[in-house]
Design a protein around this ligand. Structure first.
Ligand code: UDP
Length: 449
């Protein structure tokens, strides 16, 4: 069931000249007292979504600086992942609750994975458990030979206002953790039974195939090959097929924008993740909504759209859209800005953190205060505009603002270029991988030394 993911090798020194001066030295400083420490990262999927994206880059870098790191993926069947998707939705404030059968499969699957981990427990000093899917596993690991292990729960989602019933279910399983990590302070859920809390934002890997520099001509060739018309304006959303990412709201915004830019194309690039069984249903809804419009293109990892294609989309689109309703961080925003492409994005979770001038500590966006299910925003809303032109592009809260933001950037290319340039610098300063590595190492030092 548990599976080790092979991530290859990478070197911290290759980030010299890309990440800010000084950061690599800080990483090495933090690593000094951690030589030989053994770290395990546990999550629920080896592909699809931001966590697997992060681990693929982070784990080899840990090894490069002398911390021995592994990445393992827990096993589970469809029923388990349906239960964990309900858990995920509930923790993000969705109305959905887990049935008692779902609670049972969640518990049992975690217990089975814990039993497997038990055999290798003595091989690690620290275990990072990512997100809610494997979170209960720690409560089933209480063998004497595991006492030295420090457990960290790394939550990547917005758990600021969890559904009370769902939170009541998960909360006891978190009691044995030594530390919890959230992307933003306001994501810390009420009465968290973990004393040590760290706030660490995720980051992108500028050297991964998704983000590495791609010649303009190559990127255009890639898009041409998969059917994008390069002589027409293009907007793209890259996101798992998930209602919290509001793909139908993106289509509605595109339709409004197209009234003024008739040759506008929309690409919805989505992926299916192993741990997200709702993806197919959302994909079907997108297909139904877009079937009649040949200027809407839908792509996925299952039809061969992988890292290089995503790189090309993020590089060559006139505007990248990320109209999330709830968002942990939204790596795709930093990915687009790093490529100098302006972004129109929902003011949700960690997105405003990326599109701001403020320091990480003070850039604290507002989160809606009531639990909700992801409501596709297809209706015209009378509310006054709350959009804001900011570092990297435009932050929006409605379909109309999203359309207006897209039009603004399309019709003011010089301003759009300027905003994107500021966005790229923001990403360089705050959201490149070595910064995340430094912050994780600092937490390891707190726990081990
Ligand atoms: N992604 C991808 N192909 C897709 C859709 C998404 O490679 O079709 C990647 C995307 O580039 C990003 C990650 O999956 O690196 C999504 O991370 P994000 O934090 O934006 O959202 P999450 O899926 O974790 O909610």
């Amino acid at each position: 069931m548990l599976q080790r993911v092979d991530v290859g090798e990478r070197s911290l020194s290759s980030y010299r000249g890309i990440a800010p001066d000084g950061l690599l030295a800080q990483v090495r400083e933090q690593a000094k007292q951690l030589q030989g420490a053994r770290v395990l990262h546990l999550n629920a999927t080896p592909y699809g979504g931001g966590v697997s994206e992060l681990l693929r880059s982070l784990v080899p870098l840990f090894n490069d600086i002398g911390v021995r790191a592994d990445w393992q993926v827990i096993g589970g069947d469809n029923e388990f992942f349906r239960a964990t998707k309900a858990l995920h939705n509930g923790l993000q404030g969705g109305k959905e609750q887990l049935s008692s059968a779902e609670e049972t499969i969640y518990r049992q699957t975690n217990e089975q994975n814990a039993r497997q981990l038990g055999n290798i427990g003595s091989a690690y000093d620290v275990v990072f458990v990512h997100d809610p899917q494997p979170a209960a596993l720690r409560s089933f690991c209480d063998r004497a030979d595991q006492e030295h292990i420090r457990w960290i729960w790394r939550s990547h989602i917005d758990t600021s206002i969890p559904n009370p019933a769902v939170w009541k279910f998960l909360r006891p399983y978190l009691a044995g953790y030594d530390a919890a990590v959230f992307t933003m302070p306001q994501f810390v859920p009420p009465h968290l039974p973990i004393e040590r809390i760290k706030i660490i934002a995720p980051a992108i890997d500028p050297l991964s195939p998704k983000n590495l520099r791609l010649a303009d001509s190559t990127a255009r060739q890639v898009l041409d090959w998969i059917g994008i018309q390069l002589n027409r304006p293009l907007i793209t959303q890259v996101a798992r097929f998930d209602l919290w990412k509001d793909p139908l709201g993106v289509i509605a915004a595109y339709r409004l924008a197209r009234r003024e830019v008739p040759d506008l194309q929309l690409a919805l690039v989505g992926s299916m993740a192993l741990d997200d069984p709702e993806g197919w249903e959302v994909y079907r809804q997108i297909q139904a909504e877009s079937a009649a419009d040949p200027q809407i293109h839908t792509f996925s990892n299952l039809t061969g759209v992988g890292n290089i294609e995503v790189n090309a989309f993020q590089r060559c689109s006139d505007v990248i859209v990320q109209k999330s309703l709830r968002e942990g961080f939204g790596l795709v925003v930093s990915e687009a800005l790093w490529k100098g492409t302006p972004v129109v994005a929902g003011r949700a979770g960690g997105i405003p953190l990326q599109m701001s001038n403020a320091s990480l500590e003070t850039a604290l966006p507002q989160t809606p205060q009531t639990p909700q299910t992801p409501q596709t925003q297809t209706q015209t809303q009378a509310a006054a505009s709350t959009s804001e032109v900011t570092v990297g592009g435009v932050l929006v809260e409605s379909v109309e603002d999203c359309a207006a933001g897209i039009l603004h950037l399309l019709q003011h290319p010089d301003e759009a270029e300027q905003l994107a340039k500021q966005g790229r610098e923001r990403v360089r300063q705050q959201f490149l991988l070595p910064r995340l590595l430094r912050d994780d190492l600092s937490l390891l030092n707190e726990l081990l030394n």
